[in-house]
Design a protein around this ligand. Structure first.
Ligand code: FES
Length: 124
């Protein structure tokens, strides 16, 4: 059902945990299952310098959370916003169709964290 890469990222996820302090935090939930993801960003000169995540969800949600943190680390915020859940699923060798909705957590989590970062920067 899952690709080898999904299993690998689920068993050994990268960038798990939190950043304290963080420059931006995004928390999103999947209305279909109630799973939750939290993303922490550290931003330097508009670039994602460090990133961590906590995901309380299924194997696909954890694997996609982990993969997206690797994909956006070092990218500018605009480049990170361009990474879609499909890009993440492709990088994992694909997801079963009924699990595609799980990858939305990853995409939406990054977006929410960037929105939070920008709001904080505006109010600083
Ligand atoms: Fe909830 Fe996958 S079943 S995110």
């Amino acid at each position: 059902m899952y690709s080898e890469k999904v299993v690998e990222y689920f068993m050994h996820p990268k960038n798990v945990g939190r950043l304290d302090p963080a420059d931006g935090v995004g928390e999103v939930g999947n209305p279909r299952c109630g799973d939750v993801m939290k993303i922490y960003l550290r931003v330097q000169k508009d670039r994602i310098e460090d990133i961590r995540f906590e995901t309380f969800g299924c194997a696909a949600a954890i694997a996609t959370s982990s993969m997206i943190t690797e994909m956006v680390k070092g990218k500018t915020l605009e480049e990170a916003l361009a990474v879609s859940n499909k890009d993440v699923a492709d990088a994992l060798g694909g997801l079963p169709p009924e699990k595609i909705h799980c990858s939305l957590l990853a995409e939406e989590g990054i977006r929410a964290a960037i929105v939070d970062y920008r709001e904080r920067a505006r109010n600083a």
